[in-house]
Every structure is written in C-alpha cells, then in structure tokens.
Write a protein that binds this ligand. Structure first.
Ligand code: AMP
Ligand code: MG
Length: 488
C-alpha cells in the first residue's frame, strides 16, 4: 500500500515532469508479472500507454489511473553525520499496482530536490536496473526494477549525459530516514502514524504482543542483519549505507556506486567518493548495526508509549545487542553452505576464516573461487587441485585444501550432490562492474541489446549457461579498474 500519511508536510503531491520522446531501454518481464502488466509478443507492455506512464509523461495505462503521485520527506545520517532533511529528491511514487508500490526514479524535481535536478542519467539507471534484478535473481531481498525509459534530454553531471527514468517496485519504500525525520522534529504523532502504517501493512505479527513497537524494531533489525549477511555471501558492497538508504523492510535499496567483488579484498571500497572506507566490504555489518542504532534512537518515543522512559531505552539497547548475534548466525550459516557443509562443526568458522585470509592475501576472485570449489572431488590429490595456482602461498593453501577435504569427509554427500547444492548458493554470474560498463557504453550509443542480455544472464545466476561463459570471467588484469562515484 502506498505510503500515504495525510498532510503535505509528509507526502507532497508531485507530478512527474515529462521527458521528450521517451523510448524503452530495458524492461523486466519478471517485474511486469509481479505488477500484473500484460505484455505483447516483444515482451513489452501490450498497452503502449505504459511507455508514457513509466517515463512520467502521463498517469493512465491499462486499468490503472495513478491519481495521486507523491514525493515523501525523510531525513538521515550520511557518512556518519546528521544530514537533516533529505527526501525523495528525484523519486516519485506513482501509486499502488498489484499490492506493490510503483516509483519513478529520475522523474523530475520535487519539493525535496534541494540543489538537484530531479533527474537520473542513463548510466546510473542501467546500473540500478540490472543490480536490482540481479539481486533478486540471487534470492536477496531488494526493490525491483520494472523498466528504464530513456530520453535524449541532456543532463549535466561531470560531463553531459542523457536522462533516464527507472521504474522501481517494492512492497514499501519506507526507510530508516523516514523514522529519523519525525523523531528529529519531535513529531511523535507522525512517528506513531508511520509505525502503525508499517505494522498494519508489513508487520502485522507485531500486533500479537503488547510491546508492539519494540517488536517492530527487533524484526527490522533481524531482517537487515540477514540482508547484510546475504550481501557478504555474494560479495556485494552497497557503497552508500547512509540511514536514508536503509529499508525498514530489509530490502536492498538505492543502488548507486555499489560493486560486486572481483578479487577478494576484505577492505574493498567500491565507492570512489568514500575515501575513508566507511562503507568498505568488511565494515558493512558494523555500519548496518550503526544504522539500526539510529533507528533505535528514533523509535524511543514509540517504545516509551508502552513502558516507562528508562525501560524503553534499556529495552531498545538490549534489542540492538541482538544485531551482531543475528548477523553472525546468518553469516555463518550462509558461508557453511558456500563451503558445502550441511552440518555444523566447531572448527568450521576457523577453517573459513583461514580461507578468506588466504583469498585476501592472494586477491583471489571471490565469485569464481566459490563456484569452482563446488567442483572439487573428494579424492582429489591436493597438489593437483587447479585452484591452488590462484594462491601465492601454495603450502598454506595445500594445507587448507587438505583440511577442507578432511572436513568434507564428515558430510554424508557425494561429489555430485554436494556440487549441486553448492551451485545453488555460489552464483556463477554476478553484475561485475566491467560487464555493466560494456552495457552502458553501448546503450549510450543507443544499442540496448547488452542490457537485455545481461538481464537474462543475471536473472539465473546459479545456472551454468555455458553459452555465456565469458560473462563469468574476472575482468582482464589489463582492464583499468572502474571508478564508481556517487554521481548519478
Ligand atoms: P543518494 O545518495 O542517491 O541516496 O541521494 C541522497 C539524497 O539526494 C536523496 O534525498 C536523493 O533524493 C537526493 N538526490 C540525489 N540525486 C538527486 C538529483 N539529481 N536531484 C534531486 N535530488 C537528488
Ligand atoms: Mg538514497
């Protein structure tokens, strides 16, 4: 249900600003199914009016009339500092579709645009579109992307680029920042309305306890703890884990300068603008915890409604302490599966940590290593395991493989069964930056075929797809690393 708190201090009625001569750049049939949009033989909406709606040029398509598009206000912490009011500066919520919210990103200025132009460029829209659908393919909660509509409308960033509108779908786009907004202004009534709306539509189970708001907080924490563990397990770095980019549904949201790891570097920074590495790969769990602390602080007035003041803070503090525990459980469980362990043994995590250290030291490709590990044969002589060549310290990795094979001996599976189950959790294909870059450069020349091709490959990342083998390769060592900044 669309986020509709009454009062235009919260939800500002905002019409999208039309773009000239829109054209399809990309379209996700899977998201269209979710939204219940009928398609034609070209897998595009049968009703041509959707091109106009998804570009922000009109409000009617099919049976849908989006009568009340809005932009919402939120605040938040950016790079650890309070940034004050932010809000949907370039996202306009059109309304509901098939029980989901439909939002246009880059559809023009809103009251919350501040100095921005309300637009998004083709480059960043392609990245968001592909990453959203790739993440969904990986089984990780995310906002979905329905389409990209392009226009030749020029948009200035570091250079002159062109505009695009990315249509996103989610059960709700409510962020930690929405809570922080009302808490910071001490608008406690509004804060309660927001929480009640969230509970009613997305967390009805909280109504089964008298500590409704505390329970809501715990559930949001759990979902986000699991989410970060899932990111770590596929080597995903979000890049801008500001509190306004954290979903209270535990969805990956706001894809900007994100990156999937190529070489495993535990402290990899994907966002060129993040000099201090606040959002480096290994800091993501801590930073999510920190964001949950922001949420806890914003929710104090709510929890106080159901107990006294000192108890409220104590209860939230305790609930917050659960975060690292939930995270560790989720992380350990996911990485055990990545290693092909179906049972738990005491030494598993130490074994895993030795591997990660060795991968870091030798800059081993994260995705390919785990995928290939599934193909290991139980009786493989250690010095003939091809993967050992990826490591600088052969003795250390030989010892590791030998310990790993011994550990696998305690599993009750044969090579094939284990490989099949490992291939369900170790993707072969992720949206590596260099792949996205090829699709972007072609799209900037009006060839959108590579975007569609990548979409198809990344929708089934665990399948072998031998015809697309080259898309599984690590970037060529001579390829300059691609610097991705916040510019979008
Ligand atoms: P982000 O770093 O993308 O999460 O954006 C932070 C804030 O800036 C959000 O409130 C965005 O809506 C806003 N913003 C980012 N880019 C633009 C833009 N081009 N025009 C207007 N607002 C923007
Ligand atoms: Mg954002």
């Amino acid at each position: 249900m669309a986020f509709t708190l009454s009062g235009d201090d919260v939800c500002q009625a905002t019409l999208p600003t039309p773009v000239p001569d829109p054209y399809w750049v990309a379209f996700s049939t899977s998201s269209a199914k979710l939204a219940g949009i009928p398609l034609d033989d070209n897998n595009l909406p049968a009703d041509k009016a959707w091109l106009e709606v998804l570009s922000g040029n009109q409000l009617d398509a099919g049976d849908h009339h989006f009568s009340n598009p809005i932009a919402t206000v939120y605040s938040g912490h950016q790079f650890g500092a309070w940034a004050g009011q932010l809000g949907d500066g370039r996202a306009i919520l059109l309304g509901d579709i098939a029980g989901q919210e439909l939002q246009l990103k880059g559809a023009g200025k809103t009251r919350f645009s501040r100095m921005g132009d309300g637009r998004a460029v083709l480059r960043s829209s392609i990245r968001e579109f592909l990453a959203s659908e790739a993440m969904h393919g990986l089984g990780i909660p995310t906002t979905r992307a329905l389409s990209i509509v392009g226009s030749d409308l020029p948009v200035r960033r570091e250079t002159l680029e062109t505009a695009a509108v990315c249509a996103r779908i989610a059960p709700s786009f409510i962020r930690v920042g929405h809570f922080e907004h009302f808490a910071s202004l001490q608008k406690h009534e509004r804060l309660k309305e927001l929480a009640d709306l969230l509970i009613q539509d997305h967390y009805p189970e909280c109504l089964q306890t008298k500590d409704t708001y505390l329970d809501l907080f715990k559930r949001i924490c759990k979902r986000n703890a699991k989410l970060v563990a899932q990111w770590q397990a596929v080597g995903f770095c979000h890049g801008v884990l500001n509190s306004d980019n954290i979903s209270v549904l535990g969805l990956t949201i706001d894809y900007g300068p994100f990156g999937f790891l190529d070489q495993f570097q535990i402290d990899h920074i994907c966002n060129h603008s993040d000099q201090g590495g606040r959002y480096a790969y290994h800091r993501q769990p801590q930073v999510m915890h920190w964001n949950m602390a922001c949420l806890a602080s914003a929710m104090i007035p709510l929890v106080e409604l159901q107990c006294n003041e000192s108890e409220a803070q104590e209860q939230l503090r305790k609930a917050l302490e659960e975060f690292p525990i939930s995270y560790a459980q989720a992380w350990q469980s996911l990485f055990r599966k990545k290693l092909g362990f179906t049972t738990e043994q005491d030494g598993d995590i130490a074994l895993l940590e030795r591997l990660l250290q060795a991968m870091h030291d030798s800059k081993v490709d994260f995705t390919n290593f785990f995928r290939r590990l599934g193909g290991l044969k139980m009786n493989a002589p250690v010095d003939q395991i091809e993967m050992r060549d990826d490591f600088v310290d052969r003795n250390a990795i030989d010892q590791w493989f030998s310990d790993y094979l011994a550990r696998l001996g305690d599993e009750f599976s044969n090579d094939l069964v284990r490989q099949n189950s490992m291939n369900q959790v170790n993707p072969k294909y992720v949206l590596r930056n260099h792949l996205a870059q090829v699709a972007i450069e072609l799209a900037q020349k009006k060839d959108f075929s590579e975007v569609g091709k990548l979409l198809n490959i990344l929708t089934k990342p665990f399948d072998e797809q031998p015809e697309h083998e080259s898309y599984a390769l690590a970037p060529h060592p001579n390829l300059d690393s691609i610097e991705v900044s916040c510019s979008s």
